[in-house]
Write a protein that binds this ligand. Sequence first.
Ligand code: MLT
Length: 407
Amino acid sequence: MIRINENYTKLKASYLFSDIAKRVNAFVAAHPAKPVIRLGIGDVTEPLPSVCLEAFHAGVEEMGHRATFKGYGPEQGYAFLREAIAQHDYAARGCKIDADEIFVSDGSKCDCGNIQEIFGTDIRLAIPDPVYPVYVDTNVMAGRTGANTNGRYEGVTYLESTPANGYVPAIPSVATDLIYLCFPNNPTGAVATRAQLAAWVAYAKANRAIILFDSAYEAYIRDPQIPHSIYEISGARDVAIEFRSYSKTAGFTGTRCAYTVVPKSLQAWDAAGNAHSVHALWNRRHTTKFNGASYPVQKAAAAIYTDAGKQQVRAMTDFYLGNAKLIREAMGRLNLPCVGGDNAPYIWINTGRDSWEFFDQMLNTAQVVCTPGAGFGRCGEGHVRISAFNSRDNVVAALERIARALK
Ligand code: MLT
């Protein structure tokens, strides 16, 4: 008799954004005359930068000719992209990352979800609350947690982000082995200072732990004091894996391209105490289960590192940050405390009300979709996340509707 992976029965019935999409689609079907504005899931709305589009077209064209056609590419990504990443995303910030420490993929969601496979099933997890649900759910699927009681899985050390700590969690007082961090943060939009990241690196070193650092939103950082990469912190090469994505940087949510950095100096241990190269383990996993992102997509991604590409990416992220500023100002006028939006495309609003009830009110009364904070974890209760990803007209209209609904 075929049996299921019973760890799946510990999960909520559906993934947060699928659940929200279902509710929104039901509303739209029932009220076809009421146009909904979506500021929920962080899905970009601006078209690809023109440099990316041109490179994408050129890559497709090459695939149509015998002389330039390409079959399977290197699973880890083409050298032209890995070298551009090493130079522009790392060397330019003083970080020593070699091109062969970079693994190109078709998305950070997959990488963040898959990376846990190379670690033991009995390791101790430290996971933020609120959090991007992928980190938690993939560990539940793998059997690293117990049951969920009152919104918390047994066996997880939760790193609480609250108004009291400015939504940047403190270092835990207990030892853990695998630590998930995301800055600029999804969902709160909070950023971590150099000193805060240095404390995490020291904690990881002391515990022979690994930090999984998700910096998918680094292109939104405007404060020059805030690190873009964990590798800006001395010693991080020995304790951290970093995830980056072109989704929010250059509008690739539908195009799919991302990368993960696994330094060769990173080690993890077997039960007998022997050290293993984490880079070698990830390379084994990646080459076995992944056949590389498509050539034209990697060409498109590499185009953002040209001078014109850098300008276009900056203009795009500035545009969304302009939306974020309007959202923050509108929340201020409504006396709703919020964080984020200055170095991140998300604004985290402390409504002080049940977050699903607030979500329902926004959908039913204002026809605006936000994301209920409780969907990101217990500490998200009382909050909602509004995303800055939409046209300026839609953001302005949504803010007017929210103000009317809350009057
Ligand atoms: C979000 O809205 O949290 C993100 O769009 C999710 C993602 O990047 O997968």
